[in-house]
Design a protein around this ligand. Structure first.
Ligand code: BG6
Length: 489
């Protein structure tokens, strides 16, 4: 990846996202000498502050991450501009500030605007930039805008947002970020499937019984009540991370690893998801919310600060997804994600069918354990394939064991923060790992009927004790098909 010289304007520079994700990622890129030779950061926010105060705050927030001299040098890239996003004067000031910094830093007029602000400000800031002539590629360099999720609340609002952005930007300038796509282990799904010959022949309904995708978190809502209570697990995790992972596991091989060919296949897959009908939705979906645990040391969601005591927002969702195409006809994909669960784990488990006939006396094929290929996304990073093996001894006894590969053991080095890779891609103008407009819309299209039904019918909310594996009803989702979730506890 060749990051081009550029300046990065971070709107929302004093916020949580900038402090916890963006600045640490940029600092790590700096330490690994991956930032472009000519580069600057211009933080923007409402808070009045000068460059020195901003630099101090950057050094403080990164204090654990590097030595004093590294922090000193890195903070030298940082500058600051204060203003109100609604006021044209901010963008006029930004224009002259950028001109000045670009002349000094030789970034050739290339700009990335990172919108690390609440989503209501996306159209406001884009309009401000556009009206001030700051989004056109004409001024000798390029301009790119990075937007964070949530990208709308449903299909209608996502389209509205697209229209607002596209008034001043082209799709090639819009980088919709989904940080799961920057994770090494998520990118490895493509390498595993398309750089090896042994998986593709069995990657279909003939050999695969079902697929489970899990993103379980132990954390609760933390300090994000305002955002989360308006959002819920479906919008927070499924519209983006979960459906992105599903599409990577299930899509057809793209002709090339090129922004559009790759994203065409993902969108095609999402379009093949069978729509839910209001009549049988309950059979395929579970919505849950965490309640207090029996030890009473973990609060219920409704007791968390800032959450309404009668909130019906889901902190857990599980769903069965059917993909109506030739490859996957009849293969269920079970997806679950929730907060305050028993263990932090993100994984994709591909469960193969049992052998068609057992030659082992007394053992029916269904009593032999089937192979399961687990793509461990985090915190374990690696791949495991469960296999039946002969146990040493005079009898034909079997044991299940795992063929395992762990990133840490093999590569030794840390996997970068997902933002590092994605920021570099944006500096290099590569949109492959960013969500395209039609991708975001088709994901809403899948979820909209569910969101609508859940809004009307709050009775379907199930409770699970904080720290448990999820609501009991989620077990029934698989039990009805004679299957079970992989244990979380
Ligand atoms: C974010 C969600 O997109 O992803 C959070 O808004 C969630 O609610 C987070 O905790 C999970 O990301 P990760 O990388 O920790 O699995």
């Amino acid at each position: 990846i060749k990051a081009e010289s550029c300046g990065m304007v971070i709107f929302g520079a004093s916020g949580d996202l900038a402090r916890r994700k963006l600045l640490p990622a940029l600092f790590e890129l700096f330490r690994r000498q991956l930032l472009p030779a000519n580069f600057f950061i211009l933080g923007g926010a409402r808070t009045e502050m000068d460059d020195d105060a901003f630099r101090r705050s950057v050094r403080e927030s990164l204090a654990e991450a590097g030595s004093d001299s590294e922090l000193e040098e890195f903070s030298g890239f940082c500058h600051y501009i204060a203003g109100s996003y609604e006021q044209p004067v901010l963008y006029e000031a930004l224009k002259s500030r950028l001109a000045e910094l670009e002349a000094g830093c030789l970034t050739g007029g290339n700009r990335i605007y990172y919108l690390a602000t609440p989503p209501v400000l996306y159209p406001v800031i884009t309009e401000g930039l556009g009206r001030a002539g700051l989004t056109s590629d004409a001024a000798g360099g390029w301009s790119r805008v990075v937007v964070e999720k949530p990208f709308g609340r449903d299909l209608v609002s996502a389209r509205e947002l697209d229209r607002a952005l596209l008034r001043y930007l082209t799709e090639q300038q819009i980088y919709r970020i989904d940080h799961y796509l920057g994770k090494e282990t998520v990118q490895n799904i493509m390498i595993l499937r398309f750089a090896n010959t042994i998986f593709e022949p069995v990657w279909n309904r003939q050999y695969i019984d079902h697929v489970q995708i899990t993103v379980a978190e132990t954390l609760g809502v933390e300090n994000r009540a305002g955002y989360y209570d308006q959002t819920g697990a479906l919008r927070d995790m499924f519209q983006n991370h979960m459906l992105e992972m599903l599409s990577l596991v299930a899509m057809e091989p793209p002709a090339s690893f090129d922004g559009d060919r790759h994203r065409d296949e993902k969108v095609k897959l999402l379009r093949a998801i069978r729509p839910y009908s209001p009549w049988d939705m309950d059979q395929f979906l579970v919505r849950g919310q965490y309640a207090q645990n029996s030890d009473k040391n973990l609060p219920a969601y409704r007791q968390e600060p800032g959450i309404k005591s009668d909130s019906t927002t889901e902190t857990y969702a599980a769903m069965q997804v059917m993909v109506d195409n030739w490859r996957w006809r009849g293969v269920p994909f079970y997806l679950r994600s929730g907060k305050r669960l028993a263990r932090k784990v993100s994984e994709i488990a591909i469960a193969f069918k049992p052998v068609p006939h057992s030659m082992f006396a007394g053992l029916m094929p269904e009593n032999l354990l089937s192979n399961v290929l687990v793509l461990a996304i985090q915190p374990e990073e690696g791949i495991a394939l469960s296999m039946e093996t002969k146990r040493p001894g005079p009898h034909m006894c079997m044991s299940s064991l795992n063929l395992q590969f762990s990133y840490r053991d093999v590569f030794g080095e840390r996997s970068g923060n997902a933002y590092e890779r994605l920021l570099l891609d944006c500096m290099a103008g590569d949109q492959t790992l960013f969500v395209r407009r039609d991708g975001a819309e088709v994901a809403w299209n899948v979820l909209d009927p569910i969101l609508q039904q859940w809004q009307e019918e709050t009775g379907s909310l199930c409770f699970y004790p904080a720290g448990a594996a999820g609501p009991e009803q989620a077990e029934a989702l698989l039990a009805k098909d004679g299957r079970a979730w992989r244990p979380l506890g």
